[in-house]
Design a protein around this ligand. Structure first.
Ligand SMILES: [Zn+2]
Length: 122
């Protein structure tokens, strides 16, 4: 449960203190969020190997599909036809406006999937 809160905060999967992103970025700034290479708090390396975050694309796809379905369900209440082209336009606008958030959240989720295992103390 605490992992879900930490993913939403975007903090380090190792120490749960240091932030993973230098700046938030934003769609209106035409800028994607910038990541730290290492955790500012515990020096944990976020990109374990070159191209590690390519895998975050799968998370991003799943998140986008979930958002698209949620948008369809919510907006279908406001239209009489089941497949109104205006719903598709609304879904496209919502997905475009969520791009930066999806980018950020999918990288954090990916880092948490491969987070270092806690060692048991004797
Ligand atoms: Zn850390």
């Amino acid at each position: 449960m605490s992992d879900i809160i930490n993913i939403a905060k975007g903090v380090c999967p190792n120490c749960q203190e240091g932030k993973m992103f230098k700046e938030r970025g934003g769609l209106l700034k035409f800028k994607f969020p910038q990541m730290y290479e290492n955790c500012p708090s515990c020096n944990h390396k976020f990109e374990k190997e070159p191209g590690f975050f390519y895998g975050a694309m799968y998370i991003s796809y799943a998140v986008s599909v979930a958002e698209g379905i949620a948008t369809y369900v919510i907006s279908s209440f406001f239209f009489t036809q089941k497949l109104d082209y205006r719903i598709m336009i609304i879904i496209a606008i919502v997905l475009l406006s969520m791009t930066v958030i999806n980018y950020r959240i999918s990288r954090v989720i990916w880092a948490y999937i491969f987070k270092p295992k806690k060692r048991l103390s004797n």
